[in-house]
Write a protein that binds this ligand. Structure first.
Ligand SMILES: [Zn+2]
Ligand SMILES: [Zn+2]
Length: 181
């Protein structure tokens, strides 16, 4: 189940599939209380340390490492103990409130599972990444399934390649290298 509809500023999908105009975001405090409510509903005690992890993920602009969360997302929320951040991320992932993705060589990056499933593309040259709606990769999934019999998912591990500007830069370098003197 995607945890849509509790006040995220993203476009909001009606049951009939039409996209309604974007819903105004609720104030951060009430979104936090929604997340805490879900955590309790799914059987986790809302300890101060867990609330802090949720708060950090709510203010984050994208998936974050445990270390960034422990450091309070660059000081935007209070910092916390890294060991407890690891344990709480794991507990929150077990109840489906948090998910993680591996972008590049670094550690897994964590996000709230609030916008339904997201899949990713990432650039191995500059580290840029894009989060996309899984529907946008269904044609690729279908092709891989037909060709290799694999059901592909790009949520835990992204599609890795070159972003448009790196592809252009690499192409130009290649062209100048091959240009006859
Ligand atoms: Zn993983
Ligand atoms: Zn790039």
């Amino acid at each position: 189940m995607g945890l849509v509809g509790w006040g995220f500023p993203s476009a909001h999908r009606h049951a009939n599939g039409r996209i309604a105009s974007p819903v105004a975001p609720l104030p951060a405090a009430s979104r936090l209380s929604d997340a805490i409510g879900l955590m309790r509903e799914r059987g986790l005690r809302a300890s101060a340390a867990r609330r802090l992890v949720l708060e950090a993920l709510l203010v984050a602009d994208g998936p974050m490492s445990a270390e960034q969360i422990a450091q309070g997302i660059g000081g935007r929320v209070p910092s916390s103990d890294i060991g407890s951040v690891y344990r709480n991320l794991q507990a929150l992932e077990e109840i489906g409130l948090v998910r993680h993705v591996h972008l590049g060589h670094g550690p897994g990056l964590h996000a709230l599972a609030v916008t339904g499933e997201q899949e990713y593309l990432t650039c191995e040259r500059c580290g840029d990444y894009r989060a996309v709606d899984p529907h946008q990769l269904d044609a690729v999934r279908k092709l891989i399934g037909r060709q290799f019999g694999y059901l592909a998912s790009f949520a835990h591990f992204p599609i890795v390649g070159l972003c448009a500007s790196c592809a252009r830069a690499v192409g130009e370098r290649r062209n100048s290298f091959h240009r006859p003197r």
